[in-house]
Ligand binder design. Structure first.
Ligand SMILES: Nc1ncnc2c1ncn2[C@@H]1O[C@H](COP(=O)(O)OP(=O)(O)O)[C@@H](O)[C@H]1O
Ligand SMILES: [Mg+2]
Length: 253
């Protein structure tokens, strides 16, 4: 199952992605956590892994990737860059780091330099990578996306089986969640929402903002998670709410 974790900046996409990945691994799934955010660099801290080679850099950076892509398109070579299918085990090993819990982490690519140009190559690579990845019933790909709906526009979510929207308690997050639901519906993609940073007195209000049939869980506002992020430490928190969300998602797998 391929899942794209989406939502407003700061809503908790990376936090929820890491918590879900650890919980799914504990349930016995092989989990590949894909960092699809070209800007933010905090997933390394959260997962406790350092330095997997970014896939884009492995392919020669933006320039190298573009010229490989052009060659593939020009020669119509079915064995060319991500045009055939591949399995997790076929991916370059230096691009995968494994966390203490056994979650595999792959980073698509990051913006490194001022004036280097737009992030389109990262989006294109994400899309091609996800489209070509063939996964078994016991494998889960969790993509921690960049903020907003750029990856909807680029069609990256089209390569996933499920969009998981993370919604924090802000009006902007509710607006974005409704927009994502409309876009997903129009594109024929399944979407579910997880409420995050929920305090008991606002839970009912948050639920009223969304289609309740699409809400599959509420994660409490948690001081340990907040402190983790403040100190830049590996996220080791476990929460029963996360395990319940995993079970709901994976029952559909
Ligand atoms: N359930 C939660 N309780 C408390 N703080 C949270 C929770 N989820 C996320 N946060 C905090 O919110 C901030 C943004 O989280 P992050 O996962 O980086 O968001 P995103 O990836 O969507 O930008 C971080 O400080 C993180 O620790
Ligand atoms: Mg993030």
């Amino acid at each position: 199952m391929k899942i794209e974790v989406s939502g407003k900046g700061g809503s908790g996409k990376s936090t929820v992605s890491v918590l879900l990945a650890r919980s799914m691994k504990k349930l016995g799934f092989r989990v590949l956590l894909v960092d699809g955010d070209e800007s933010n660099i905090g997933l390394e801290n959260l997962t406790g892994v350092a330095g997997p080679v970014h896939l884009l850099d492995y392919l020669g950076g933006k320039k190298g990737f573009k010229s490989r892509l052009n060659q593939t398109l020009m020669t119509d070579n079915p064995a060319g860059l991500f045009s055939g299918t591949q399995k997790i085990d076929d991916l370059p090993r230096e691009c995968i780091a494994v966390t203490q819990d056994g979650v595999e982490v792959l980073v698509i690519g990051k913006i490194h330099h001022m004036g280097e140009g737009c992030a389109c190559p990262m989006g294109m690579l994400s899309k091609k990578f996800l489209a070509s990845l063939e996964i078994g019933g016991n494998e889960v790909i969790l993509v921690d996306a960049e903020a907003g709906v750029e990856h909807f526009g680029r069609g990256i979510v089209g390569e996933c089986d499920l969009i998981l929207g993370v919604v924090d308690p802000t009006a902007e997050s509710f607006l974005l969640a409704r927009k994502m639901a409309q876009m997903a519906e129009a594109g024929g993609k399944a979407i579910r929402f997880v409420l995050n940073k929920v305090e008991p007195e606002i839970e009912a209000f948050m639920k009223q903002q969304l289609d309740s049939t699409k809400c599959i869980g509420a994660i409490p506002k948690d001081h340990a998670i907040f402190m983790n992020s403040l100190e830049g430490k590996q996220l080791s928190r476990t929460l029963p709410e996360i395990d319940e969300i995993c079970l709901k998602i994976l029952k559909k797998a």
